[in-house]
Design a protein around this ligand. Structure first.
Ligand code: CA
Ligand code: CA
Length: 64
């Protein structure tokens, strides 16, 4: 599922937190990306980044 970075079957704020931690530098992408389920990558660049954060937040906000 696109955006489901923690693989719990839904896209929610916990996924947004993961993406935002990566973007803010609190967590290196190298520590997060290998554990993100295949298919969670939104833009296909094989990294957790701004695309995932935007997608997740739009999804949580009901904009998608
Ligand atoms: Ca999730
Ligand atoms: Ca990505």
């Amino acid at each position: 599922m696109p955006g489901d970075l923690d693989g719990n079957g839904s896209v929610d704020l916990s996924d947004a937190i993961i993406a935002l931690k990566v973007l803010s530098g609190m967590k290196p992408a190298e520590l997060v990306t290998p554990y993100a389920p295949s298919g969670s990558d939104v833009d296909g660049n094989l990294r957790v980044g701004i695309e995932e954060a935007a997608y997740i937040l739009e999804d949580v906000a009901g904009l998608r």
